[in-house]
Write a protein that binds this ligand. Sequence first.
Ligand code: HMG
Ligand code: MG
Length: 337
Amino acid sequence: NGADYVRIVEVGPRDGLQNEKTSIPVATKIELVHRLAETGLRTIEAGSFVSPKWVPQMANSSEILENILASTPQSSHPITYQWLLPNVRGLDNFLSVWQSKNTGQSAYPTPPPSPGAEDGPATNTSSGAPITELSIFTAATESFTQKNTNCSIEESLKRFEPLMARAKELNLNVRAYISVALGCPYEGPNVDPHKVANLAVSLLEMGADEISVADTTGMGTAPKTAELLKTLNAAGVEKNDIALHFHDTYGQALVNSVVGLEHGIRTFDAAVAGLGGCPFSPGATGNVATEDLVHLFHSLGAKTGVDIEKLSEVGEWISGEIGRANQSRVGKATLAQ
Ligand code: HMG
Ligand code: MG
């Protein structure tokens, strides 16, 4: 369906940078978020409120949040900024900034992308004021949950209950990630898709607005992706409630994305320049590059609203800032033209 709109969730400022060992100046992170917001991207995960002992690189996320709340929006459409939280402590830290700096903006629930829409989701505000959303995360295996959040899967769900209740009182949307859905660094490539589906159902029942199904290790293949999506469907999880989050460690992210598209998924996570990796998934490389994913969707006739040239410039710039090779083939090809 050529008229379909595909929503891209840009996770570069969070997933892309969290694993960098050298501290990145907060001004660089803020500039990254603002530059991404000028490329036509509408959803950006801008930071996380996790323990600084576990992930030191994200320690200054509150400064990024302050800056975004204080900035005059440059884009004509509102941009949704997402903030990753592991527990109520993270929510408290987030709220201490958000509630003091959020001058009169209410949190608008993001309208779901309307299937077949020509120009992207309809917006329920014309002011361009930023929309705030939260993201929480658990995983499909016990080992990964322990390594990433020091608790069992069951305990992680218990932690989310009070967090979710407060988010709902504040009218903040919450997306929930399920890590290692297509392979685990500790338990191997065969993760039970029924476990992923059961977790997705529990998270949706708890009030999650969207499930981001994550291939943390990049072990996903086209058949495994298809099987997982069929299992989610059979468990009653709706296509519109699913986002796909592919890391590209094995180079399968684009083909898996096409499988997702064929199964009716319309929300995909990506990081500019293919930045990133998870600190608790040894050897895992970055997310699929946003430039590559946008190019793929455009080639299939889908709309993203993203300007590839502008995005490619941002990818090249941030790669230089952090001293990494640009991992986006489309980005490099676009700039070489
Ligand atoms: P813990 O050590 O068991 O926590 O960590 P605790 O409750 O015992 O607290 C220990 C200390 O941390 C205390 O401070 C707390 O106050 C503090 P102390 O008394 O020692 O001074 N603390 C916090 N500080 C700031 N912010 C907080 C917070 N919570 C406690 N939110 C915890 C448990 C969950 C906190 C820890 O394991 C953690 O922060 N984990 C986050 C790990 C992470 O960020 N991983 C990367 C993101 S997930 C990802 O990348 C995957 C994804 O991209 C999808 C995919 O690809 O798979 C989303
Ligand atoms: Mg990730």
